[in-house]
Each structure stands twice: as structure tokens, then as C-alpha cells.
Design a protein around this ligand. Structure first.
Ligand SMILES: Cc1ncc(COP(=O)(O)O)c(C=O)c1O
Length: 446
């Protein structure tokens, strides 16, 4: 088949066939039929993603390489941030973001075991997991219903002299009150990590300037797991404007090493055998000098290759998510759903890139009856992840001993979300017909 072709020509031929294969077997243009399954999220892709994936696999570099560089630079450019590191999941991104704050390079701002980190219990577990694994103490604050983010009126009450950081997710794309949280962090010299895994593309207006969420605090994180705003199968990113934090992020991602040469490249600084570190002999190979107890949480170039194609489509995805959310909300209001359900509200000064449409049942309305009915109608539903993380089996020992975490006041709204809230999707592959059907079925069953 490849006779009389050079390598580039052979590769072009393969990619052309891959594109045709994708067009023929992966395109679903059929119109929506009522009752057909409507997932809460799904991958949206075309031949470009598949061709990039195969291109990268033919190259067979496998670990981070040129697609990784392109992806990191393109995402940083999109977000308007200086440094971006690709990792293998959003949970890894949160782990690295948190562990970066434990670096001794940060002097008296280093987060030590026993230090406190303010967060919420209504969300995804791996926003909190890294704190517990390290031995820091999560301090749980209640959230508000309607916006589903931290109740910022409780921040001062949550503060203690042991507090070193705030780590919060922007719930389902709706930014938390970044102005209040950032002011609080600045006032008390606290780090701010924005878990942006469910909010890529959301914007927040701070002092008259528009910022992407994830870029206002010290470190932001993303997830590229398939249901998220864009995907590469598994994947995540950690971003920051701070060169020292970036050095820590890279080190924790790449085995804890001190050297910053990318995989497969040696001695880019020309000082590989010059330095003296710790109690090592002078001139010890810098490639094997470790400034942290790190991990290896890099992604492969094949994941990055898919991400590069997704990023090109990304602004269109965000636009469609907003359209779907607005249409669904309008239809539900017109159908009278507000009498039975609390509908989601965008945070002040924000332009959300919605991950989902989260609703809370008013008194006398059963969340479980509604979700059972919607699922039977083919509409996939989700809870707000853990609901109240403290109620889960992973917390049994800590709950029993009453140690290792702190709760500020009551978590009444968090418990209400655990009992009465559910969400459905607004992913960019949804059509107006699907949104119309979802709205009709919801109004019919409340
Ligand atoms: C807010 C939040 N943070 C972190 C994660 C973890 O991302 P991943 O599944 O890529 O590990 C998720 C996952 O959905 C999430 O919703």
C-alpha cells in the first residue's frame, strides 16, 4: 500500500482514511426522537480529533511531546495565563495544585501538616482529598442554594490562625464569589486554588476587568474527562501566573525533580553537571536531583493531540452551553416549574460556562420521584456529586473521632442539596428539541 510513498505521504494517506472513517462511522446526524436517551454529557468531536490522535500514535513518541507543548501553550493563551501544565486527570491537577503549596520553597507560606484549608462539602471529593491525604485540615463552610457556592458571609468565622489556603470549585460552571473570596485571601495572606474542573470558559468581572475563572487565584485546575467542557479521555491541567508556584507544580508532576528539562531532552540549561544540591557531591547529575517528594502525573502526547483539536472548537462549545442553559431556564419558567423547583442563578459579575443545570426541590416535592421519572423518560440525571462529603463512608473514621476536619456553623444547605437537588446536562451536543423535551418532561412530573 505504501509503495512509492515517502513517510509523510504514507502518513497523509492514513490520516485521510481515518478522517473518512470518522465521517462514516462516528457521525450521528439523525434527528432527535422523543424518548431517545439524552445523556447529561457526551463527547463532541469530529475527524480532527481522531486524525490528531492517529497522527500522534504514528509518531509513537507516546509521552509528553510536541502536542503537549502545543496544548499547554494554546490553553495558557486562551486563559490569558503565563504557565500551564498538562496532567493525566483533574484529580491529579488538584493533587499537584495542593501539593505545590506544601513546598519548602514557599518559606513561611508553606502549608504544613495540621494547617487549615477552607473549602465546602457540597462538591466533588478530589477537591478535598489532597488536603486529607497530606494531613492538612479541611474547614467546611456551607453553600447557598441557587448558586451552590460557598456562603461568603461565613468566611471570617471560618478563619483561624492555622488557616493557610482556600480551595474551592466553581460549582457546575457557576463562579463562586471571587471578589469576596479573593479579598478575604488577600486580607489574611492565604493561597487561593480554584478548582476549575467544571467551569472552563466561565468568566468573572473583577474591578471592571473580565477574567477566566481559574486565573484569579494563585492556581487553577481543569479536568478533561469525557463529560467535561472539553475532553481528551483522561486529562487535566494546572495553571498559574506565579513562576515559583509553576516550578513547584512542574516538580511535583515530574517525579519531584529539580531539573526542568522536558522528557527526552537533556541539559537544555547547559549546567547539568555544575551544581551542588542538598548534601550531594558537587556536579551530581541535575536530572536526578529531587527537590520534592513528587509523582509522575504527566499525560501522553496522544491525549494532548485530542486536546489540541478540542481547544479549536472550545469557544463554540461554551457558546452552545450558554444557549442551552438559557433556553432550558426560559422554558422551565414558562412552564411554571419555579413553583416547585428552585432554578439555578448565575453568580453576580459572572458569565458562566455552564456544566449542568442544577435544581432543588421546594418543600413537598420529592427529588427521588422526579429523577426516577426523568430517567424512565430517557433523561439522564446527576446529583451534585457527593452532596455532603462528610456523610460518606470515607469519612467514617474522621466523623467518629471528630478529628481531622472542622465544620463552621451548620451545613444545612449542603444537607438540603444532598437530599433535594439534582441536575441535568446542557452539553454542546444537545439540540433545541432535546432541551424542549427535557423541559416538558420536568414540568409534567412536578
Ligand atoms: C469539581 C471537580 N473537581 C475535580 C474533578 C476530578 O476530575 P477527573 O475526573 O478528571 O479526575 C471533578 C470530576 O468530575 C470535578 O467535578
Amino acid at each position: 500500500m505504501f509503495e512509492n510513498m515517502n513517510e509523510q505521504e504514507a502518513r497523509d494517506r492514513i490520516l485521510e482514511m481515518v478522517g473518512e472513517y470518522c465521517d462514516k462511522f462516528h457521525k450521528r446526524d439523525t434527528a432527535f426522537m422523543e424518548g431517545q436517551r439524552i445523556p447529561y454529557a457526551s463527547r463532541v468531536y469530529d475527524r480532527e480529533e481522531m486524525m490528531n490522535l492517529v497522527d500522534s500514535s504514528l509518531e509513537f513518541w507516546l509521552t509528553s511531546g510536541r502536542y503537549t507543548d502545543e496544548f499547554e501553550q494554546s490553553l495558557a493563551k486562551y486563559l490569558g495565563i503565563k504557565y500551564c501544565s498538562l496532567v493525566n486527570s483533574g484529580s491529579s491537577a488538584n493533587l499537584i495544585a495542593f501539593m505545590a503549596l506544601t513546598s519548602p520553597l514557599l518559606g513561611d507560606r508553606q502549608v504544613k501538616r495540621g494547617d487549615e484549608v477552607i473549602t465546602v462539602a457540597a462538591g466533588f471529593p478530589t477537591t478535598v482529598t489532597p488536603m486529607i491525604q497530606y494531613g492538612a485540615v479541611p474547614v467546611f463552610v456551607d453553600v447557598t442554594i441557587g448558586q451552590y457556592n460557598i456562603d461568603v458571609t461565613k468566611l471570617e468565622e471560618a478563619y483561624s490562625g492555622k488557616c493557610k489556603a482556600v480551595m474551592l470549585a466553581h460549582t457546575l460552571g457557576n463562579p463562586f464569589d471571587l471578589k469576596a473570596v479573593k479579598d478575604f485571601c488577600d486580607r489574611h495572606k492565604l493561597w487561593l486554588i480554584e478548582d476549575n474542573c467544571d467551569a472552563l470558559g466561565s468568566k468573572y468581572i473583577l474591578d471592571g476587568m473580565e477574567y477566566f475563572t481559574g486565573t484569579v487565584g494563585d492556581i487553577g485546575t481543569s479536568s478533561f474527562y469525557p463529560p467535561h467542557h472539553m475532553t481528551m479521555g483522561e486529562g487535566g491541567a494546572v495553571y498559574t501566573n506565579d513562576p515559583l508556584l509553576n516550578k513547584c507544580i512542574r516538580s511535583f508532576r515530574d517525579w519531584g525533580r529539580d531539573c526542568v528539562c522536558p522528557s527526552g531532552h537533556d541539559n537544555l540549561c547547559g549546567h547539568r553537571f555544575d551544581g551542588q544540591y542538598g548534601e550531594l557531591p558537587k556536579g551530581y547529575d541535575h536530572k536526578y536531583v529531587y527537590s520534592h517528594f513528587g509523582y509522575n502525573l504527566k499525560a501522553t502526547d496522544m491525549q494532548a493531540a485530542i486536546g489540541c483539536a478540542q481547544l479549536k472548537k472550545f469557544p463554540g462549545f461554551v457558546k452552545r452551553r450558554r444557549h442551552n442553559f438559557d433556553l432550558l431556564k426560559d422554558l422551565l419558567i414558562k412552564g411554571g416549574a419555579q413553583d416547585k423547583l428552585i432554578l439555578p442563578e448565575a453568580a453576580g459579575n459572572s458569565i458562566p460556562s455552564w456544566f449542568g443545570f442544577l435544581m432543588t426541590c421546594r418543600e413537598g416535592v420529592s427529588r427521588n420521584d422526579i429523577v426516577r421519572k426523568l430517567e424512565a423518560d430517557g433523561i439522564q440525571t446527576r446529583m451534585l456529586f457527593s452532596g455532603n462529603l462528610i456523610k460518606h463512608p470515607c469519612f467514617d473514621e474522621m466523623r467518629a473521632s471528630g478529628s481531622g476536619y472542622r465544620v463552621v456553623g451548620s451545613l444545612d444547605n449542603t444537607d438540603r442539596i444532598m437530599n433535594d437537588s439534582f441536575w441535568i446536562g446542557v452539553y454542546p451536543g444537545m439540540t433545541d428539541e432535546m432541551i424542549g423535551y427535557m423541559s416538558t418532561q420536568i414540568c409534567a412530573c412536578i
